[in-house]
Design a protein around this ligand. Structure first.
Ligand code: KG4
Ligand code: ZN
Length: 353
């Protein structure tokens, strides 16, 4: 049967992304336009500003994705778009664009859950990955442990009761005066390599709770207090810090990262044991989301997986952070199962969605 070709659009947070993917797993194109400049300037995402940036970028990003794939809208089988979770103002920009294309070119439209896409992109990378499998999703907004039993059948084993791990990385980076033009995570990962992970004692969150939930708010507070007590001034960028100041920042980065990941390891191990009781045939642990692009995180979770008889699967870094490929691919998975909506009307009022 003929190949399915799907355009994926993602605007749930601060990146405007689009990609064209084919059902045999070929990535025909991929474009990400980031708001890193805005992030660095204002130290975070403000919904209204992010919406504006998406609106300005969306037409160009989608056009570029089509051009790079040597395609026009007429060559597409369907359009997939993130419908949540995320900032609603931002999501709307992507959904309106998707509906406009689908309406004009009479294409089915597939609404995608952002977190499902983070998980399922692993099946694009690893063709042999079969359900059921375990998933740990670690990003700026989410910390989820999931048992994926089948397409659309997900059992949540754990979630965060406050902040996600990526949020803790981002705040730690900000308080340590790191360069935020790249997001906080990679900056901490790099600085941590210079530091001693044993030097600052942080306690592992929720040790007394024998479940699979996460908490990073308390660790954030511990980090903030350590930074205050070492008299580190975030207004002095690390590039201008003295050698001694730099070392104490590196020690905090390394100690924070170690504790943050120990928390992941502990919860992950318990979740695997729970899941294996329900589904003894599980062979794989998928780790995805922005934080999964971290090499230290991968190495530690690889040990947890192996120790419990599973194989660790992490998408390449560019597919761990927010991207259009994961949306297009998840669209393909849904489309194959007949899960899509009919084309919207060709002309919709401007602010219909
Ligand atoms: O999945 P993602 O791109 O967007 C959300 O859905 O949130 O994840 C972004 C998060 C940010 O908090 C960022 O700092 C973190 O992923 N991140 C990292 C690394 N790369 C991105 N955290 C730690 N180490 C990294 N190398
Ligand atoms: Zn994400």
């Amino acid at each position: 049967h003929a190949d399915v070709v799907v355009l994926g659009i993602e605007t749930s947070c601060d990146d405007t992304a689009a990609a064209v993917v084919r059902s045999d797993g070929e990535i025909l194109s991929q474009v990400v336009s980031s708001q890193a400049d805005l992030l660095a300037k204002y130290g975070g995402v403000a919904p209204k500003m992010a919406e504006e940036a998406h609106s300005q970028a969306i037409d160009r990003v989608v056009q570029e994705a089509l051009d790079k794939a040597y395609m026009t809208e007429k060559d597409l089988t369907a359009v997939a778009v993130t419908i949540g979770p995320g900032l609603s103002l931002c999501l709307r920009v992507g959904v309106q664009k998707a509906r406009r294309i689908a309406g004009r070119f009479n294409l089915p439209i597939i609404g995608i859950h952002h977190m499902e896409a983070h998980a399922l992109v692993a099946r694009l990378i690893e063709k042999d990955l079969q359900f059921p499998f375990m998933v740990l999703l670690i990003s700026g907004g989410h910390n989820l442990l999931i048992l994926a039993r089948d397409l659309g059948q997900y059992i949540q084993l754990g979630t965060t009761i406050d902040d996600a791990i990526g949020e803790a990385y981002d705040k730690t980076a900000k308080w340590l005066g790191l360069d935020l033009r790249r997001s906080g995570g990679p900056a901490i990962e790099q600085l941590a390599m210079e530091g001693n992970a044993e030097s600052v004692k942080f306690s592992i969150p929720m040790k007394q709770h024998k479940d699979c939930n996460f908490s990073y708010a308390g660790l954030k507070t511990q980090v903030r207090l350590a930074i205050e007590s070492k008299k580190i001034d975030a207004k002095i960028p690390i590039s201008s810090a003295s050698e001694e100041d730099r070392m104490s920042r590196a020690d905090i980065a390394a100690s924070f990262q170690r504790t943050a990941v120990l928390h992941l390891e502990e919860r992950c191990e318990r979740a695997i044991q729970w899941a294996l009781k329900m589904e003894p045939s599980i062979r794989d642990l998928v780790v995805s989301g922005g934080v999964a692009s971290n090499q230290y995180v991968r190495a530690r979770l690889d040990m947890v997986a192996k120790k419990n008889g599973l194989q660790l699967l992490c998408p390449p870094p560019g597919l761990c952070t927010d991207n259009g490929v994961m949306i297009a691919w998840t669209g393909i998975e849904h489309f194959r199962m007949g899960r899509y909506d009919p084309p919207p009307p060709a002309e919709e009022p401007e602010n219909f969605v």
